[in-house]
Write a protein of this length. Sequence first.
Length: 190
Amino acid sequence: MMRWEPGARERLQAAAMDLYISRGYDRTTAADIAQAVGLTERTFFRHFADKREVLFSGQELLKQAFLNGVAAAASDASPLEMVESALSAAATVFSTGRRDHSRRRRRIISDNPALQERELLKLAELAAAVAAALRSRGVPEATATLAAESGVTVFGVAFGKWIAEGEERSFLDIEREVLGQLVTMTARAT
């Protein structure tokens, strides 16, 4: 078996995605993934804590993009403007080249209740981190939580639209559209 060939992490991820789709997530082991690319199971675990993390390893990058967006908002920005800045920063993570990967990832997660639960947990953690960032900028507790949860909801709805078959717009354009719909909806409610 090959041991120190460059790109092992990326090769393991690609093999895992292929196996999860062809065999199913539950019927694929870490050893299967490693063997598919000529590596050892031990090498797999050097790169991923478990086989779920193949699907969730980008969460820290996404969270950091959201937090950077909150931090980059103008000092006099409203909570919604800070969330808008966070959404814009997060959109940079989703280039057109990642759309197919994201579609495949969503398909795998949609077929497995435990992975769906994990996805919801990760989104809840993201909302909590954004709310904490908003509070650190002086936004009151309830407003920070509401703004963060709304921002993560906008992100989720935009993501679903972005990966839809036939969709070609940028993630940022879709996020702006969904945020606009939220703003319009809440304006009517008051």
